[in-house]
Design a protein around this ligand. Structure first.
Ligand SMILES: NC(=O)c1ccc[n+]([C@@H]2O[C@H](COP(=O)([O-])OP(=O)(O)OC[C@H]3O[C@@H](n4cnc5c(N)ncnc54)[C@H](O)[C@@H]3O)[C@@H](O)[C@H]2O)c1
Length: 318
């Protein structure tokens, strides 16, 4: 297969590159290196075609889509810090950029997977969250919701293209996905905690630490994505992809300290001090993965300890 990955130099995109190259597919990526990096794909060398460019470049995207069999649309502006510090650029990438990629896929009738997010569900207190659950979103002036809103419009456009133009699209909603190559620079909690623990620095919890999450290892997410692409029954559908085992952020910090034998202490910072205005957090976000487990033979293999060890090994190897 000739696979085109947008955002292929990013965290999840680069792991998709690894898996596809390993099985003999040909891979082309377009990435503007805003949050991704050449380091993530350096080991692949000439095994993939790397184009440094922007997904809003219509001519580039149309040409690259036309030459591919499958498009995996992973490029996005994400991370709480990115969204709050560069809202205009983030909205533009997440909505306009996704529109360009989707319209190109529709123009050339290509199989496409789009990466959406659990942020779609916003503040819906119902847990676990399943694919048909409502979106409960704050006011647009709380800019953290622009990520959710842009992804929701992207999903809606994909669905409309499926209905009106028979676009072979599958939408995935990734819950917290973690693993090697994820950077803590943009606010991602696991790499931030593990790198602090390995350096013996204080582990800084934003808020009181009672907020809870479920983490999924990137290798498990990649297996799910590749199984969904391979199965035409998934066309036109939306799937949650997430791990098992809910953990509070305080428990996560304690677990990271234990697994890395760290002397780090835990500190607490109020949200108002940690983030620019416009931030609000959800207390819980638990994926209901019944639908994907029914559609493909998949379940996440990594435990939380396995995830922490994998991230710690990555930082130690750097
Ligand atoms: N990691 C998670 O927990 C998670 C959760 C939910 C959804 N997602 C989604 O998964 C996808 C991949 O996320 P990730 O965690 O690998 O993040 P990432 O930041 O590592 O990857 C995104 C990539 O897109 C690139 N990019 C950004 N804007 C671009 C533009 N305008 N043109 C070209 N390239 C651009 C970045 O440089 C980066 O390499 C995203 O769509 C994201 O919204 C991730």
């Amino acid at each position: 297969m000739r696979v085109f990955i947008t955002g292929g130099a990013g965290f999840i995109g680069s792991h998709l590159c690894d898996a596809l190259v390993a099985r003999g597919d040909s891979v082309t990526i377009v990435d503007n290196l805003s949050t991704g990096s050449r380091t993530n794909i350096a080991h692949l060398g000439a095994k993939i075609e790397t184009i440094i460019g922007d997904i809003r470049d219509v001519a580039l995207i149309e040409k690259t889509v036309a030459e591919a069999d499958v498009v995996l649309h992973m490029a996005a502006a994400l991370g709480v810090s990115t969204i709050l510090e560069s809202p205009i650029e983030s909205i533009s990438t997440n909505f306009t950029g996704s529109e360009v990629v989707l319209m190109a896929a529709a123009k050339f009738n290509k199989r496409i997977i789009i990466a959406s997010t659990s942020e779609i569900y916003g503040k819906n207190p119902k847990q676990p969250l399943s694919e048909t659950d409502d979106r409960i979103i704050g006011t647009p002036q709380k800019l953290r919701w622009t990520y959710s809103d842009a992804k929701a419009l992207e999903e809606a456009l994909a669905h409309a293209l499926f209905l009106e133009k028979k676009l072979p699209v599958t939408t995935i909603r990734l819950f917290n996905t973690v693993g090697p190559r994820q950077t803590g620079r943009y606010g991602m909690v696991v790499p931030r905690f593990v790198s602090a623990a390995l350096e013996g620095k204080p582990i800084e919890i934003f808020g009181d630490g009672t907020q809870a999450r479920v983490f999924c290892h990137v290798a498990d997410a990649v297996n799910a994505i590749l199984a969904l692409v391979a199965d035409d029954k998934t066309i036109g559908e939306v799937y949650n992809i997430g791990g098992v085992g809910e953990v509070s952020i305080k428990e996560l910090a304690e677990r990271v300290i234990a697994r890395t034998n760290s002397q780090s202490t835990i500190t607490y910072t109020a949200y108002e001090s940690a983030y620019p205005a416009g931030y609000e957090d959800m207390q819980r976000r638990v994926p209901d993965t019944t639908k994907i487990r029914g559609a493909i033979t998949w379940s996440p293999a990594y435990s939380l300890d396995g995830i922490i060890d994998s991230v710690a090994d990555y930082f130690k190897s750097k």
